[in-house]
Design a binder for this molecule. Sequence first.
Ligand SMILES: Nc1ncnc2c1ncn2[C@@H]1O[C@H](COP(=O)(O)OP(=O)(O)OP(=O)(O)O)[C@@H](O)[C@H]1O
Ligand SMILES: [Mg+2]
Length: 500
Amino acid sequence: MADEVMRLEMKNISKSFGGVHALQNVSLSLRPGEVHALCGENGAGKSTLMKILSGAYSRDTGEIFIDGKPVNIKNPKDSVDHGVSIIYQEFASVPDLTVAENIFLNHVRGSKNVINWKQLNANAKELLDSLGFGQINPKSKVRELTVAYQQIVEICKALSTNCSILILDEPSAVLANAEIRQLFGILRKLRDEGKSIVYISHRLDEVFEICDRITVMKDGQNAGVVNTADVTEKQLVSMMIGRDLESYFPERESHIGDVIFEAKDIKAGKMVQGVSFKVHKGEVFGLAGLVGAGRTETVRAIFGADKMESGQVFINGQEIKHFSPRNSIGNGYALLPEDRKRHGVLLNLPILYNMTISCLPKFCSGGRIRKAEERKFGDKMVDALKIKIGDKMDNTSSLSGGNQQKVAVSKLIASDCHVYILDEPTRGVDVGAKIEIYKIINDIVAEGNAVIMISSEMPEVIGMCDRVAVMRNGKIAGELQKEEITEQNMIELSMGVNKV
Ligand SMILES: Nc1ncnc2c1ncn2[C@@H]1O[C@H](COP(=O)(O)OP(=O)(O)OP(=O)(O)O)[C@@H](O)[C@H]1O
Ligand SMILES: [Mg+2]
């Protein structure tokens, strides 16, 4: 076989941040017209490798070739000029600009320094229509969109340049099934046009569905390249984590007790139109439904993060009178928010402070923080969740996406509540660490407390929940008991399909 010219070759790339060797002699090659997965645990170096390709980071050593020619990528512009387009894991959109402005941010067209707004909006509309997202208004502020739509805007932005290499760093983490299907349709079309796509995801079912080949990274190094058709999911997991994984969901014997939490006829805006449910001690209760069904809005209203118009909340039979996040935690229930970057962690604070910020009084006496105890708690969480960090006092922004999520989980656990509301708790978290989070959930309910879980990953809902309420159009469409929780039943309820 003649030597095939690769679309992209990254050879022996190394990168350190202070003492952290994020990448050591890592190589990656992409064929023209392939979807190539980059897999590995949280902190393995996937995003760093892609940021070197996109010019966001400079490399310490190594070479990059595009279509057989050496290229020197020193900044994001060099990368765009070489046909590389990237969708970052952490949103890079500007919330106060409109959809159209964000899409064309890097190459706003106009003449004589005057922007033709009409044209800009029309171009954005055309792009959104062509991708099947005509429902998004180009003139809306990005801040007003749901995270799923914000992600779609990012995708449009990446596609607004005529790229030959497209990088998607966990694009599906905030998308629901229908949108993922749409995204895959777009990716297949781009692949057939000969573009090369790097797809980073912790959802292995997606990797097996859409990717032709897989490069596995472990601890900043290459751990192998395989054709997707030649490996099983089990083999891939063991390449990623360096050992076999017996089961994705740790065993739990449910001991369901009395009602600990009740929400009655909650109304909040258009998305929450009279939601009622009860949760028992020792129970993992799932809130399922399509994106836009009102799950996040419901729990945010209950927690006091958004305004509740009417409704009642009871914890241990006591009615909650004033709703605010602080009161909620004081009353014994806490929320892990869906949007990590905006609500979950304070990126510019040290990792340790993030973990203890919601429960500082616990570590205080005589007006002082008991530093040693605070540090001990930090060590315990780093250990329990296997958080990959340099130092606990580093800024949280230096962590990989999945590790930031683990910090958000630790922060929640520190609050010592009785009811934990978890909105997409394992978003962006690798397979091994997911199990650690499931164990924490099991520990919470084993102590007689309760968990309310929102998850877009159906296997997770099926594997973890004792009971599920499926939401549709701002209301509970139906409830499923443990043995009834199947993908089919949840889809039927969430889409309003009536059983005969
Ligand atoms: N700006 C930075 N400063 C310091 N350390 C960093 C920085 N960016 C990344 N790192 C470190 O480099 C390592 C690799 O991180 P990277 O974000 O590439 O991981 P990842 O494979 O993308 O993980 P995830 O699946 O969680 O997104 C981690 O140890 C991370 O803490
Ligand atoms: Mg990453």
